[in-house]
Design a protein around this ligand. Structure first.
Ligand SMILES: C[C@H](C[C@H]1O[C@@H](n2cnc3c(N)ncnc32)[C@H](O)[C@@H]1O)NC(=O)c1cc(-c2ccc(F)cc2)cc(O)c1O
Ligand SMILES: [Mg+2]
Length: 214
């Protein structure tokens, strides 16, 4: 049977990117997705904004919702300080398998823990099963109608602390209207919009950065 897009993307990474070189994995994926096959990675333009926020926060414990092929896992993990870690959640087994290989190829497997399952099931397990006290940084990039319920769940599980930064992809395209309304109107968040474009296209999209105020 024909290979899947993520499989073709992984093959390209293994043929073109230097093993252990995270930047070459990122560049290889971006070149492939721009030139050959579009894929729903956060991409280079929004990725630079992601990098900037990760560097600012310099999280000890980061959470990503929606791993897909691991592109943003590599972007985030390559910037983490020594000893820091990224937990990334993906419920599609085939995508999770590809993502593990991409993360390994980038040499970042020691900093990234990929949890296979649905965010709604895994978030309540973070404290006692994964030893998480509170989270420093969260990248939301999964089903767009899960951003709000999962943010409420993170609040209810006391996984946010004063200063925790939430960064949400695709707040314009495909769009997350209920999430935007919530973080922009809630007195418990200080929110800021970063205008950009949908990965590898000229369509408008952007990232919303929201600081939890406690
Ligand atoms: C949702 C996907 C990303 C991944 O998230 C996993 N996932 C989901 N829900 C859960 C959960 N509840 N728990 C764990 N994992 C979960 C899934 O399996 C995908 O691998 N991302 C997108 O759909 C996405 C789509 C577009 C897009 C934009 C314009 C178009 F014309 C078409 C598509 C752009 C983007 O930048 C995206 O990010
Ligand atoms: Mg996205």
């Amino acid at each position: 049977t024909r290979s899947t897009r993520p499989q073709r993307l992984l093959t390209h990474v293994k043929q073109r990117a230097r093993r252990g070189d995270a930047q070459s994995v990122i560049t290889t994926i971006d070149d492939y997705c721009r030139a050959r096959e579009w894929a729903m990675n956060v991409g280079d333009e929004k990725g630079s904004i992601l990098d900037q926020v990760v560097c600012e926060v310099s999280p000890d414990v980061a959470l990503e919702l929606g791993t897909y092929c691991g592109y943003s896992s590599v972007r985030i993990a390559r910037l983490l300080p020594p000893g820091a870690r990224l937990l990334t959640v993906e419920f599609n087994h085939d995508y999770a398998t590809i993502a593990r290989e991409v993360i390994d190829w980038a040499g970042l497997q020691d900093r990234v823990q990929l949890l296979e399952g649905a965010s709604g099931d895994l978030i309540p397990q973070l404290r006692q099963k994964h030893g998480i006290e509170t989270l420093d940084f969260i990248f939301l990039d999964h089903w767009k109608d899960r951003y709000l319920p999962d943010t409420r769940l993170l609040e209810d599980c006391s996984l946010l602390r004063r200063g925790t930064v939430l960064l949400a992809d695709n707040v314009i395209c495909p769009g997350t209207p209920d999430y935007l309304e919530y973080v922009r109107s809630s007195p418990r968040y200080q929110s800021q919009y970063f205008s950009s474009h949908l990965e590898y296209t000229r369509a408008e999209d952007g990232l919303e950065k929201s600081v939890f105020l406690g």
